[in-house]
Design a protein around this ligand. Structure first.
Ligand SMILES: C[S@@+](CC[C@H](N)C(=O)[O-])C[C@H]1O[C@@H](n2cnc3c(N)ncnc32)[C@H](O)[C@@H]1O
Ligand code: SF4
Ligand code: SF4
Length: 503
């Protein structure tokens, strides 16, 4: 077992401040307005939804964008096999360094999975969600999935359970999902048109035989709709995953969004296709590309009025552990898990109380600042894209050289909105040495970004960013993300306005 123990003290050292140290943080010069346009399920708060729904999502890092700054998920790989084939999936390819859906280092029995969950829960007070997301389909051999939840539920009743499925077997398990208190189900639904489906799914296995082409896709889509309706009728929250495949379903996803919104899905998560020849998938081998970040954002913007959009998905491995954007799975491989684990809920309880305080604080900052940005809206200030570096807690608390992703926000007079995360192939700082060769990839990830807000940055990378026309703002106060961006924006727009009025 890893020697690293995350205590509330160490969380403070990570930059998620305690109430006492928070008081020392100077108030922001100006303000935020979190997602005041097109409020999404991801960033909405208790005022935007019924209390029973808020209770289900408030600590779920995938169903609440706010929660993803504070809470961790854990996937257990108890579902190896699948009942369909998608042209983008190959579960045989495994690389411990690669974070991609369907990839796992070890497959687990329900007993092993339960022991591992208990051990992780003791080490990781942020843990709030246990999910089964493959590497195959969670409901193809549903017994293993349900046995895992039964074992874990007996030990850790505070954890939320969720599953991810292609939906083919879903109608057969609706009541059992309710019996196991599974409040969150993700269905991957890439189209509502079987002709398009036939280009994504070469075959499905249903009622003892293999179905191909449009016939197979038609059965799958019908079963997905039946499953979706059954979940909604049972008040289970549904997230729809759609893989955006340029030239195949990108033009069709607004229609998918319309249909699932009508049916009552809670969130729509449009994920970019990940495709490379070395993955050995049909799409990888035939040169089918994924969308660029700009294409994804453009589609998400067009879906703005549709079902609530999830934009903070990290397309995790089927054995991922930790905050979204980090994967500590390698610290918890089975060889490090003791034979017997005694569950201790005290640190998780203390951590949840701490998060409630942080939430109240962030909201107060948001209310304070919304009006400042609204003044900018009145004079028609332009939108800006900002990249921030964070290691959790909703604050700008990570060094530029230490991150493997940027979180991207859009800001204008109407507010600060989360746009998505952009991954880096490697860190800039490798144990005190500059990893200069990674700089071109960093600049690619920052395409379209106007400014980087970070806790600390060295002169080398700062110079490279500034030479590329990206403003760098170093913020050592470990401020909350949205107020810091609002403050930066108000400063920039203030300067622009003075220039305008003195011209
Ligand atoms: C590995 S699957 C496991 C759960 C289930 N079998 C399903 O497909 O929903 C989890 C998610 O990863 C997505 N996924 C798998 N391979 C992908 C790829 N190459 N690019 C983007 N998304 C992918 C799936 O579409 C699904 O939404
Ligand atoms: S349904 Fe899920 S596990 Fe099955 S092939 Fe598709 S992506 Fe892979
Ligand atoms: S793949 Fe997306 S939805 Fe699933 S756990 Fe990761 S971030 Fe959440």
């Amino acid at each position: 077992m890893s020697e690293q123990v995350i205590s509330l003290d160490s969380i403070s050292r990570l930059g998620v401040l305690s109430a006492a140290s928070r008081d020392q943080v100077p108030p922001p010069a100006a303000a935020e307005g979190c997602a005041s346009q097109g409020r999404c399920g991801a960033s909405a708060g208790p005022d935007d939804m019924p209390a029973e729904v808020w209770e289900k999502v408030k600590n779920h890092p995938c169903y609440s964008e706010e929660a993803h700054h504070f809470f961790a998920r854990m996937h257990v790989a108890v579902a190896p096999a699948c009942n369909i084939q998608c042209n983008y999936c190959n579960r045989k390819y495994d690389c411990a360094n690669e974070s991609r859906p369907g990839v796992v280092s070890e497959r687990l029995t329900p007993e092993q999975a339960a022991r591992k969950v208990a051990a992780v829960a003791n080490e990781l007070p942020q843990l709030s969600v246990l999910g089964v997301a493959g590497p195959g389909d969670s409901l193809f051999d549903a017994r293993k999935t349900f046995e895992t939840f039964a074992r874990v539920g007996a030990m850790l009743p505070d954890l939320k359970f969720c599953i991810s499925t292609n939906g083919l077997a879903l109608p057969d398990h609706l009541d059992e999902l309710t019996r196991h208190a599974i409040d969150h189900v993700t269905i991957t639904l890439n189209c509502v048109d079987p002709e398009i489906g036939a280009r994504i799914y070469p075959w499905i296995y249903f009622k003892g035989r293999r179905w191909t082409g449009v016939d197979g896709a038609k059965i799958l889509l019908e079963r997905q709709m039946e499953g979706l309706e059954g979940l909604i009728a049972r008040k289970i929250l549904v997230k729809i995953n759609s893989v955006m495949i340029p030239g195949i379903n990108d033009h069709h996803l607004p229609e998918v969004n319309r249909v699932i919104r009508e049916k009552g899905a809670f969130l729509h998560n449009v994920m970019p296709l990940i495709s490379a020849p070395e993955h050995g998938t049909h799409f990888g081998l035939t040169g089918q590309r994924g969308p660029t970040p700009a294409e994804l954002k453009d589609l998400q913007d067009r879906l703005g009025g549709g079902a609530n959009l999830m934009k903070h998905c990290r397309q995790c491995r089927a054995d991922a552990i930790g905050l979204l954007g980090e994967d500590r799975g390698q610290e918890f491989t089975m060889d490090k898990i003791p034979e017997t684990v005694v569950v201790d809920p005290s640190r998780r309880e203390a951590y949840r109380a701490f998060v409630e305080e942080e939430r109240a604080d962030r909201r107060a900052a948001a209310v304070q600042t919304e009006s400042a940005l609204a003044r900018d809206a009145a004079v028609g200030t332009p939108a800006r894209l900002v990249a921030i570096t964070t290691k959790g807690g909703g604050r700008i608390n990570a060094h530029f050289g230490k991150v493997t992703e940027f979180q991207i926000y859009e800001v204008d007079g109407a507010g600060v909105r989360f746009v998505g995360a952009r991954r880096l192939p490697d860190k800039y700082c490798l144990g005190g040495f500059d990893n200069a060769p990674v700089m071109p990839a960093i600049l690619d990830a920052l395409e379209g970004v106007d400014a980087v807000l970070t806790a600390k940055i060295g002169p080398g990378p700062r110079g490279r960013l500034e030479a590329a026309g990206i403003e760098v703002y170093e913020d050592r106060t470990l401020e909350y993300i949205e107020p810091a961006i609002g403050s930066w924006y108000a400063g920039r727009m203030g300067a622009a306005l003075s220039e305008r009025s003195s011209a």
